[in-house]
Design a protein around this ligand. Structure first.
Ligand SMILES: Cc1ncc(COP(=O)(O)O)c(C=O)c1O
Length: 454
């Protein structure tokens, strides 16, 4: 992508910032303690501020701009749809809605052929759980620690990270278990095979003690995202599939972050050859150009609601602008081989490049991931694997990660940082040159993290 000419306009930036500070109430923040960057524009893998600073977005927004910013074909499709039919109620059949559902169903695995549209990921999770409960007549849902499923009531209770704590309604039918993560094994395992076997046994035991007939669903991120990009060991997801089949439990895979190209396949489940009963998606489905999410539903669960009404709905379900953006995004991804590019960048640029950084920087404990979905697990000490900052650290305790993040921004890279990790999650159509630029910025900033190792 050619560099952008950026006309600095600090005065305009100051006005944007002032109105933001006066009136915008931001997510997940102590409102008085934040200092949001005023963004002047974005294109491809870059965005820029009003002072003329340009950033390589290695966070893809919140891991969703899989085709980068302002893709001209998707912008044009939204404009055309706005001119033709901006909105229409969900009870009607609308051409772009039908086409978006067809294109998604064509790509989802197995017989996940019906699509319920939502406005985002959390609503997709809410409705997938609702379907599972009604389909089975059971209430409990099992979810993993080290997971994120969204911020609405059910989705946040399913979440296995500290964002849940403030809204935890004492489980609300949710039981959490440990999914595999060899680097920080909850099972004291030393090999992938051991981790897999022990994690499956732990899940079996959890189900036995909860009572299999009380469990409606097991929900897992195919590859947990915000929690640390932990690729499950070979056999784990197939094992969960088998357990679900044995006990009549609905298997939900949450592909809100991992889906639509991020792992180098359309869906991460393809790496593991598993077909869930329900799959949630959002983010990459249209790169968030217009809010959209949904649930892909298999034939058996869809049949539950053939004669019996599904008791759920949203005013904007299948919004034409969002669906037009999805149709255009999926076409762009197919025509421009965006998914193949994500796989190539992972195998040939980011994977080798990040592993090379790990050799030189003692703060890198582990590099893990695939496609354009990578995590650097930063540690104080490689032998002990003690995280560079404590779990859920804030303020002074988080200073090493804050300094590392500031160094990245100074080097023109906008990072995705969570606890003691930085994730390298650029757009799926990131170029080799852009990926290498990101590696260089990481290289420089890791020296800051190295200074905190012992
Ligand atoms: C795996 C996963 N599920 C669900 C969600 C929630 O999606 P949303 O923020 O669109 O509600 C997210 C968001 O990051 C996610 O990563």
């Amino acid at each position: 992508m050619t560099p952008h000419v950026i006309e600095p306009d600090p005065q305009a930036g100051a006005a944007v910032k002032a109105a933001d500070r006066a009136h915008v109430f931001h997510s997940w923040s102590a409102q008085g303690l934040i200092d949001p960057l005023a963004v002047a524009g974005a294109e491809g893998s870059y965005f820029w501020d009003y002072d003329g600073n340009r950033y390589l977005d290695f966070s893809s927004g919140l891991v969703y701009t899989n085709i980068g910013y302002q893709h001209p074909r998707v912008v044009a499709a939204i404009q055309e749809q706005a001119a033709k039919l901006t909105t229409f109620a969900p009870a009607f059949a609308v051409d772009v809605r039908s086409e978006a559902a067809r294109l998604i169903a064509e790509r989802t695995p197995g017989d996940l052929d019906k699509i319920f549209f939502t406005n985002g990921g959390a609503e997709a999770v809410e409705n997938a759980v609702r379907m599972a409960r009604l389909h089975t007549g059971r209430t409990k849902v099992l979810s993993a620690y080290r997971s994120y499923h969204g911020a609405t009531s059910t989705a946040i209770n399913l979440t296995g990270d500290p964002r849940r704590w403030a809204s935890d309604s004492g489980t609300a039918g949710v039981v959490r278990f440990w999914a595999p993560f060899l680097y920080r094994s909850p099972f004291y395992a030393t090999t992938e095979a051991e981790e897999c076997a022990r994690a499956l046994q732990h899940l079996e035991d959890t189900i036995a003690f909860e009572g299999p007939a009380t469990i409606a669903a097991i929900i897992l991120e195919t590859v947990p995202g915000t929690a640390g990009i932990m690729t499950p060991p070979p056999g784990y997801l197939a094992g969960v599939r088998e357990i679900c089949d044995r006990y009549g439990i609905v298997f939900i895979l949450d592909e809100v972050m991992a889906g639509f190209g991020r792992t180098g396949r359309w869906f991460a489940s393809e790496h593991f050859d598993v077909v869930p009963d329900l799959m949630t998606f959002a983010k990459g489905v249209n790169s968030g150009y217009v809010p959209l999410g949904g649930v892909a539903i298999n034939a058996e669960i869809a049949a539950t609601f053939d004669k019996r009404p599904f008791p759920g709905g949203l005013t904007y379900s299948g919004h034409p602008l969002a669906c037009a953006a999805a149709v255009a995004t999926i076409q762009v991804m197919a025509d421009e081989k965006v998914v193949e590019n994500a796989a190539h960048i992972g195998e040939n640029v980011l994977g080798p490049g990040l592993r090379e950084l790990a050799k030189r920087h003692p703060s890198v404990g582990e590099v893990r991931g695939m496609g354009v979905f990578w995590a650097l697990d930063l540690v104080k000490n490689r032998e002990t694997r003690e995280p560079l900052v404590p779990y859920n650290a804030a303020g002074e305790a988080n200073a090493p990660m804050a300094a590392f993040g500031a160094a990245l921004k100074k080097n023109g890279l906008w990072p995705f940082i969570n606890m003691n990790r930085t994730h390298a999650v650029p757009a799926c159509n990131v170029t080799e040159a852009e990926a290498k630029e990101g590696l260089a910025a990481l290289d420089a900033a890791l020296s800051v993290a190295d200074a905190h190792t012992v």
